[in-house]
Design a protein around this ligand. Structure first.
Ligand code: HEC
Ligand code: HEC
Ligand code: HEC
Ligand code: HEC
Length: 411
């Protein structure tokens, strides 16, 4: 089925400099297929509608977004040259409260849908902002990979947990062999007081979210080995008792997902953790039952059994580099963030602080988008700031859209 014949509203989008007419056969020309619910009117606004849009912008928007849609304020996005259909759709979303109760929602609350269409067309018609200067981005360009950043951030942890996370001190948990998602959750549980431990709380209080993610990756990528600490229980008796635990912690103490692996764990810590579940100072509901079912000697035996098992570094999804990510982002957002679809936001030359804030909003779910939320969840904070820097320094290109006749052929 030819997309050209499929719908009467089909566009040829060509990446051109503003004002330059579309050139047939241009390498970046592409056909955009309309879908049910698409509203392309903002692309075809008349010059008169655009100048009405300017009047609205001057009175209601310019004080924040700048007289020409180029913002100078932190957190306020540039609008100049942004794709028309996208702008219109987002304005409607603010009006409906779908992007939260904020300054924007208030600014558009009393504007008619017709006014929003015109103001979107005005901003789309403007020359985009210049790219961010490279100087701002040096730090991002030399940012270390997450594992090295994690090693550096974990410098203060080795004295207790062992240089590479293999415990040598009875009572100190080994951190190797644990899934990064568990390590992040455990660290955050100390931070927010859910897991009560004043010492650990103080030790992790100063870490950023990015530090914690990187530290977790660092330990998860280290060669795993058993804790070098004594395990005085009866290993064979422990093996029998561990049958009750295998469903969650794995037959050999190696679990999958965010359930902690127990293989090779320090025995004294193991017993302390079980006691913490028993006395309620650790509150995980899945562990209350199993912990209350064992005590005294059996606990020590279980600890000895698990301490004797060989731990394994968890399988890590290979972290994508920023340029791998950019390839993926560009598939939707256009080469270097210059979207060729009037519905898809351009990212090129957008303010880095805004891009960063928005990506975090997708990640936390504060801003919802089917296309963006799943992907944003796997981005690390470092990825987000580097992607924001990357797109902020790309040259933005305005786009001219050409409507094809309903039965037309692009060539
Ligand atoms: C009081 C300051 C303020 C005023 C006035 C204002 N805006 Fe905004 N605008 C913002 C901020 C801050 C954001 C980013 C908010 C967010 O992340 O949702 C934003 C975001 C936007 C976006 C989303 C851009 C994107 O790339 O998704 C659009 C579109 C927009 N504004 C258009 C307008 C229009 C049109 C007007 C006038 C009718 C206007 N704004 C008035 C502060 C303002
Ligand atoms: C002074 C010694 C000490 C230092 C330094 C230390 N920790 Fe700990 N850590 C402990 C103790 C003790 C526990 C066990 C606490 C408990 O029973 O909940 C622990 C527990 C943990 C746990 C939970 C392990 C598990 O299996 O649930 C994590 C994660 C952790 N620490 C991370 C860190 C990180 C990251 C750092 C460095 C920023 C660090 N620790 C520095 C003593 C220390
Ligand atoms: C229903 C699933 C389930 C079963 C069965 C289960 N566990 Fe757990 N266990 C978990 C989960 C989930 C956690 C992580 C909880 C948390 O974050 O505090 C955990 C945590 C632990 C910890 C703390 C690990 C650490 O690094 O701090 C120990 C020790 C432990 N389990 C031992 C056992 C033993 C021994 C048994 C069998 C008697 C058992 N578990 C049975 C799910 C289970
Ligand atoms: C499958 C297509 C797709 C991919 C791949 C994709 N995006 Fe998006 N992106 C979208 C859509 C659709 C929107 C508009 C969603 C909305 O309305 O909130 C969007 C919105 C955004 C926005 C908000 C723009 C603004 O002006 O507010 C940013 C920033 C963004 N994407 C960055 C990225 C980055 C970075 C990547 C790569 C890691 C990426 N996107 C990959 C489809 C995609």
């Amino acid at each position: 089925m030819s997309p050209v014949r499929a719908a009467p509203r089909t566009f040829l989008a060509a990446a051109c400099l503003a004002g330059v007419a579309w050139v047939a056969g241009s390498a970046s020309a592409q056909v955009v297929k309309a879908e049910a619910g698409d509203d392309f009117r903002a692309v075809y606004a008349t010059p008169q509608e655009i100048s009405q849009g300017k009047r609205i912008a001057d009175s209601s928007c310019a004080r924040c977004h700048g007289p020409n849609g180029i913002s100078t304020a932190r957190g306020v996005p540039h609008l100049a040259g942004q794709r028309a259909v996208y702008l219109h759709r987002e304005l409607l979303a603010y009006k409906k409260g779908e992007r939260g109760k904020n300054m924007m929602a208030e600014s558009v609350a009393f504007l008619s849908d017709d006014a929003l269409l015109k103001v979107a067309a005005w901003y789309a018609s403007l020359d985009p902002a210049p790219p961010a200067p490279a100087a701002r981005t040096k730090a991002a360009a030399v940012a270390p990979d997450p594992v090295s950043a994690g090693r550096a951030a974990a410098a203060g942890c080795g004295s207790c947990h062992g240089e590479s996370g293999i415990s040598t001190i009875p009572g100190m948990p080994s951190l190797v062999g644990l899934d990064p998602a568990y390590l992040v959750a455990a660290t955050n549980a100390y931070r927010n007081g859910e897991r009560r431990h004043d010492l650990m709380k103080a030790l992790v209080a100063g870490l950023s979210d990015a530090d914690i993610e990187n530290i977790a990756l660092f330990y998860a990528s280290q060669k795993a080995g058993r804790a070098k600490t004594p395990a005085p229980g009866n290993r064979n008796a422990g093996k029998a008792a561990a049958a009750a635990c295998a469903g969650c912690h794995g037959a050999n103490g190696i679990s999958t997902g965010a359930t902690p692996s127990l293989a090779g764990q320090d025995a004294q810590y193991f017993v302390a953790a079980m006691e913490a579940y028993r006395d309620g100072s650790r509150t995980d509901p899945l562990m209350q039952g199993p912990a209350r079912a064992v005590d005294g000697a059996v606990l020590k035996d279980l600890a000895a059994w698990y301490a004797s098992l060989q731990p394994q570094a968890p399988k890590l999804a290979t972290a994508l580099s920023v340029s791998d990510w950019v390839d993926r982002c560009d598939r939707c957002h256009g080469v270097n963030g210059n979207s060729t679809d009037p519905r898809m936001p351009a990212l090129a030359a957008q303010r880095a602080d805004y891009l960063e804030a928005v990506l975090n909003a997708y990640r936390t779910g504060a801003r919802r988008s089917q296309a963006m939320s799943a992907m944003s969840k796997v981005l690390t904070e470092a990825d987000i700031s580097q992607l924001a820097e990357h797109y902020a320094r790309q040259k933005a290109r305005a786009i001219v859209y050409v409507q094809l006749p309903p039965q037309g052929n692009p060539r």
